[in-house]
Design a protein around this ligand. Structure first.
Ligand SMILES: NC(=O)c1ccc[n+]([C@@H]2O[C@H](COP(=O)([O-])OP(=O)(O)OC[C@H]3O[C@@H](n4cnc5c(N)ncnc54)[C@H](OP(=O)(O)O)[C@@H]3O)[C@@H](O)[C@H]2O)c1
Length: 324
């Protein structure tokens, strides 16, 4: 079998395409033949030696994959069944999805929901799953389309663009917040009502109340701005830190406007995963999924990761394995 395998290089890791024995894969009760594996920024950091992502080395890279069950000790899984795998330490603490085969723990595998092909599920990937989780959380906190506009920050990113599309599809008035000035056409296609730039940082504790809810992928000053410009009883889902880890805010939005700040962790437990993926195959199914997929060969992984680190890629790079 082939894999994009991480080896130790100083304090970091460096990936390359290698041949390995299937018997050397890290343990798991289910063997999966991988058809597609989306490349995430975290994979690129590990593969290109930019951050110490892997907890043990050598290790197959890749935090997600989709494919078919080959064999499982869990009788609930049939050989040939189509499954989705992400999180559970893949590409970090156990062999990940950028390989022809992987071993997984069956309880974490999600059966491919009706309404999605394996390529579509791989294109949605961890980014789309996390966006759907945030949308689902806002709904559970009482944010409804009639409540007012919803902001999505880092809106051109993998998470942000899918959150915009899902919220628009559900009938929300979505405002895409982006630092890219040429992204208007993209957001019109995705159904956003408006596109704005993130504001300058400010020390104010409250601003005019605008947002009934928000999905924030940026953190830092951008999340602080969302909090001080949220309407009474609004909910804001913090999902990412593309703009920094700090949160320079005050308690004032919480105690004067009753704002809820809720955290999103895509490594959610099995029952929640299955429910969210069911929604991704039905009411949250992003429109025109195939248009954002860029299917590449395993030989192109390294070059694609380098492009991602340099910020030159758009859409989702999905690697076809096993002739997928
Ligand atoms: N919680 C979870 O489980 C989970 C799951 C997946 C991802 N994430 C996190 O969510 C965030 C977004 O992920 P993604 O896959 O959408 O990433 P991405 O495709 O690289 O997009 C990130 C976007 O953030 C915006 N941004 C704003 N300030 C930035 C800065 N200083 N540096 C870089 N980008 C900046 C940019 O959008 P604009 O140019 O449009 O402003 C950029 O396109 C990341 O922090 C990621 O780690 C979390």
């Amino acid at each position: 079998m082939i894999s994009y395998r991480l080896e130790a290089e100083g304090k970091m890791s460096r990936g390359s395409l290698v041949r390995m024995e299937q018997g050397a894969l890290s343990e798991g009760d289910t063997l999966v033949r991988v058809l597609y594996s989306g490349i995430n920024y975290k994979d690129a950091l590990a593969g290109q030696g930019k951050a110490p992502i892997a907890k043990s080395l050598p290790l197959n890279c890749g935090i997600e994959a989709v494919g078919h069950v080959v064999e499982s000790t869990n009788p609930a899984l049939e050989p040939g069944q189509a499954v989705i795998a992400h999180g559970m330490g893949m590409g970090v603490a156990r062999d990940g999805g950028l390989a022809d085969y992987m071993r997984a723990d069956s309880e974490w595998l999600v059966p491919l929901p009706k309404g999605l092909s394996l390529l579509e599920a791989a294109t949605i990937g961890v980014a789309g799953y996390s966006a759907a989780l945030a949308v689902d959380r806002l709904e559970s906190l009482g944010v409804e389309p009639d409540n007012g506009p919803i902001a999505v920050t880092g809106a051109t990113g993998g998470v942000g663009s899918q959150a915009v599309a899902m919220l628009a599809r559900l009938g929300y008035e979505v405002v895409a917040v982006t630092s890219k000035t040429d992204a208007g056409e993209l957001f019109r296609t995705l159904g956003a009502a408006d596109v704005i730039a993130p504001p300058e940082a400010s020390d104010r504790m409250l601003d005019k109340s605008i947002w009934a809810g928000a999905v924030d992928t940026v953190g830092g000053d951008v999340l602080a701005w969302l909090l001080r410009s949220a309407k009474a009883e609004a909910a804001i889902a913090a999902i990412g830190n593309a703009g920094g880890n700090r949160l320079p805010t005050s308690v004032i939005p919480f105690i004067l406007r009753g704002i809820t700040l809720t955290g999103i962790n895509g490594n959610s437990p099995p029952a929640l995963r299955r429910r969210i993926w069911e929604r991704l195959g039905s009411d949250l199914r992003p429109p025109r999924i195939s248009a954002i997929a860029r299917v590449i060969e395993p030989e192109e992984i390294d070059e694609t990761m380098a492009e991602m680190i340099a910020g030159r890629t758009r859409g989702r790079a999905v690697v076809a394995f096993c002739g997928g």
